[in-house]
Design a protein around this ligand. Structure first.
Ligand code: FDA
Length: 395
C-alpha cells in the first residue's frame, strides 16, 4: 500500500510521450517527480506508434505543419527543442533513425524499445511512476492535492499530460479537458483528426468494389492541398492523403481529388487516341492507374477503343479523374483517429513554459493542448518540445 500524503515538487498526470519526457527532464534537473497513469502500462500509444516503428520526428518542421487557433503558439517550443535536438537525444539512448519520405524519421528498431528506453531513463533519474492509478479528485490550496486509488499526493507543480481522446482502448480519456474546466480554462472544441472519412451509401458501394486499392493523388480542400496515397476501403476512404485532409475537413466541405496529379490526362488520352486508336480505354488507364480502378472507370465509360471517343468525351473523362468532387458525410470517430484536434486554448498558456496564465504552477503539455500536427512525426515532436520546455520552467 502506498503511503498517503507524499509530497513531490512535480506531479505529472499521464505517462505517455509528453509525460515521460517531461518527467525525465525535470528529474534530470534534480526535481522530485511523481508520474501517474491510469493504465497498467506506460506509453501504450507510443509503443504502437508509426506502425510500431514510431515516427518520432520530422526534419522538415514549421508552424504550417500544425493546426491551432493560434498558428504562432508552437514556434517557441519547436525552436527550443527542435527535431535535431530530438535526434541527438534519442541517439544518446542508442535509438537511431531511418529516414522515410519527406524527412520523416522512424526508429531503426521499434517503438517499444523507444518507450522502454524512456522508462529506463526515468527510473535511472528516480522518477516515481505509479501505474493503474485512478484519479478521483484534484484540488489546489497552497499545494496541489491529488487523490487517487493509490493514495493521496501533493505537489508544488502539476503537469497535465493526459493526451487527447483518440484511441480510448489505449487509455485516452477526457481527463485533461475536465481539469482545464475545473480551473476555469477555455477549451477549443475537439474533433477526430488524422482519421478516415465516411461517405454516403452510393459512394461507399463504389469504394467497396475497390477496397485495398491505393493510388497517389492530390487532394484539395479550399487552400489546403496534400500529395500522398489514397486508400479505398470497404467503409470509405483512408490512406495518408485522406488522413491529412481530414484534420482540415468540416461538415459539408467538398474535397477535390486528382487521381493523376503528375500528368495532363486530357492531352495524354488525345495523344494515345492518335498513336494507338484501337487500344481500349481501360488498357490506357491501366498504364496510369491501379488495374482495378482502371477496369472500373473503363466499364463506367463503356470501355471502347479510343478512336470511338470524341475529344469532348475524353475531356469529360479526364475532368472526372482529375477534378473528382466528393463530399464526405463525416469522419470516423475517435477510436480510429490518430489524434484529437482542438483542446486547451493556447491563449490560456505561456508558449515558453506551458504554465496556465490563470493558475500558478499548473501546466498542460502535449496533445491535450489545441495544437495538432499533420501526419509525419509532427505530433510526437510536439509532445517532446512542449514537455521539454515545461520541464525547464518548473522551479
Ligand atoms: P499520450 O496519449 O501519449 O499519453 C497520455 C497518457 O495519459 C496515456 O498514457 C494515458 O493512459 C494517460 N491518461 C489519460 N487519461 C488519464 C486519466 N484519467 N488518469 C491517468 N492517466 C490518464 N504521432 C507521431 O508523431 N508519429 C507517429 O508515428 C504516431 N503514430 C501514432 C499511431 C497511433 C495508432 C496513434 C493513435 C497515434 C499516433 N501518433 C503519432 C500520435 C501521437 O502518438 C500522440 O500525438 C502523442 O502520443 C501524444 O502524446 P501525449 O503525451 O500528449 O498523449
Amino acid at each position: 500500500m502506498i503511503t498517503s500524503n507524499k509530497h513531490y515538487q512535480i506531479i505529472i498526470i499521464g505517462a505517455g510521450a509528453s509525460g515521460l519526457f517531461c518527467a525525465l527532464h525535470a528529474a534530470k534537473r534534480g526535481k522530485k517527480v511523481l508520474l501517474l497513469d491510469h493504465q497498467t502500462q506506460a506509453g501504450k500509444k507510443l509503443s504502437i506508434s508509426g506502425g510500431k516503428r514510431c515516427n518520432f520526428t520530422n526534419l522538415d518542421i514549421s508552424p504550417e505543419h500544425y493546426l491551432s487557433q493560434n498558428k504562432h503558439f508552437c514556434i517557441s517550443a519547436l525552436k527550443r527543442f527542435s527535431p535535431i535536438d530530438c535526434v541527438k537525444f534519442f541517439q544518446s539512448l542508442s535509438i537511431n533513425y531511418v529516414e522515410k519520405q519527406k524527412g520523416q524519421l522512424f526508429c531503426d528498431s521499434s517503438a517499444q524499445k523507444l518507450t522502454e528506453s524512456l522508462l529506463a531513463e526515468c527510473e535511472k533519474h528516480q522518477v516515481t511512476t505509479l501505474l493503474n492509478c485512478k484519479l478521483t479528485a484534484i484540488n489546489k490550496n497552497a499545494y496541489f492535492n491529488v487523490q487517487t486509488s493509490l493514495g493521496e499526493f501533493s505537489s508544488t507543480a502539476l503537469v497535465i499530460a493526459s493526451g487527447g481522446l483518440s484511441y480510448p482502448n489505449l487509455g485516452a480519456s477526457n481527463f485533461g479537458y475536465k481539469i482545464a474546466e475545473q480551473f476555469g480554462l477555455q477549451i477549443i472544441n475537439t474533433h477526430p483528426a488524422l482519421v478516415p472519412l465516411k461517405f454516403n451509401a452510393h459512394d461507399t458501394e463504389y469504394f467497396k468494389a475497390l477496397a485495398g486499392t491505393a493510388c497517389k493523388v492530390s487532394i484539395k480542400l479550399k487552400e489546403t492541398t496534400f500529395y500522398d496515397n489514397l486508400l479505398f476501403t470497404h467503409i470509405g476512404l483512408s490512406g495518408p492523403a485522406i488522413l491529412q485532409i481530414s484534420s482540415y475537413w468540416q461538415p459539408k466541405n467538398k474535397l477535390t481529388i486528382n487521381l493523376l496529379p503528375s500528368i495532363n490526362l486530357y492531352d495524354h488520352l488525345c495523344q494515345a487516341k492518335t498513336q494507338k486508336p484501337k487500344v481500349m480505354l481501360k488498357t490506357i488507364l491501366a498504364e496510369l492507374l491501379p488495374n482495378r480502378l482502371a477496369q472500373l472507370i473503363g466499364q463506367q465509360q463503356n470501355n471502347l477503343p479510343l478512336q470511338q471517343y470524341s475529344n469532348n468525351a475524353l475531356k469529360k473523362i479526364a475532368e472526372q479523374l482529375q477534378n473528382w468532387q466528393l463530399t464526405p458525410i463525416g469522419t470516423r470517430d475517435y477510436s480510429a483517429a490518430e489524434v484529437t484536434a482542438g483542446g486547451v486554448d493556447t491563449n490560456e498558456l505561456s508558449s515558453k513554459t506551458f504554465e496556465t496564465k490563470r493558475v500558478t504552477n499548473l501546466y498542460f503539455i502535449g496533445e491535450v493542448i489545441d495544437v495538432t500536427g499533420q501526419l509525419g512525426g509532427y505530433n510526437l515532436q510536439w509532445a517532446w518540445s512542449s514537455a521539454y520546455c515545461c520541464s525547464l520552467a518548473i522551479q
